[in-house]
Design a protein around this ligand. Structure first.
Ligand code: VGL
Ligand code: ZN
Length: 210
């Protein structure tokens, strides 16, 4: 184990719908799977998350007559990008990528389950009030630092890393073990916001060599 026992790896949303051919395919999403499988053994604590929506989830453009995917609407909790239907709970698209090795994951966490509220973050839903419980689970196990990888860099990875900071964890994004949607400059914005929040950015190789 390369990393101290107080560091956890969070593997975010490496699901079929975010890979090539999926409902919300992230370009080259599946390319990160071998790298993630290679870094997982360097951590004593591994959490794997899944975006897990009811079929009528409020983030789906299909629930907003006259609206199209990738438009933004106002929700009670703030602006919400509308997405193609994706990661519907129990569907094949919501399943983790077949090649992702989850053998060593202690916690499989599903988020975005409430119909009316999205949750890019694995810690705090988009209403910025409802907690998934992940912060408490990590804290109860003595974790003080998280390393984050997965899909997509500019949405679920970024929000998870920034919320980790909000809850007082150190947070590092392993950039080459992530891929982005990059909607209207969202990737550059996400990196700037993460930097401002004190999220570190590394490459997998640098970290393993350190
Ligand atoms: C995600 C958009 C909608 C993600 C989830 O995992 O980054 N992006 N739902
Ligand atoms: Zn989603």
């Amino acid at each position: 184990m390369t990393h101290p026992a107080t560091t956890a790896l969070l593997v975010v949303d490496v699901q079929n719908d975010f890979c090539t051919g999926g409902a919300l395919g992230v370009p080259h999403g599946e390319d990160i799977v071998p790298l993630i499988n290679a870094i997982v053994p360097h951590y004593g604590t591994v959490v794997v998350t899944q975006d897990w929506h009811p079929a009528d989830h409020a983030s789906f453009a299909s629930q907003h007559p006259g609206r199209k995917p990738f438009e933004t609407v106002a929700m009670p909790y703030g602006p919400q990008v509308l997405w193609p239907d994706h990661c519907v709970m129990g569907s094949l698209g919501a399943a983790l990528h077949d090649d992702l090795d989850t053998t060593r994951a202690q916690l499989m966490l599903r988020k975005g389950c409430h119909r009316a509220v999205d949750s890019y973050s694995a810690m705090l839903e988009a209403d910025r009030v409802t907690r998934t419980g992940l912060d408490g689970w990590l804290t109860a196990r003595g974790i003080t630092e998280v390393h984050v990888c997965g899909l997509a860099t500019d949405f679920c990875v970024a929000w998870t890393a920034m919320d980790a900071r909000r809850f007082g964890f150190g947070a590092t994004v392993i950039a080459d073990a992530c891929r982005a949607i990059d909607l209207d400059g969202s990737l550059a914005r996400a990196w700037a916001e993460m930097a401002a929040a004190g999220v570190r950015r590394v490459a997998a190789a640098d970290m393993l060599a350190a």
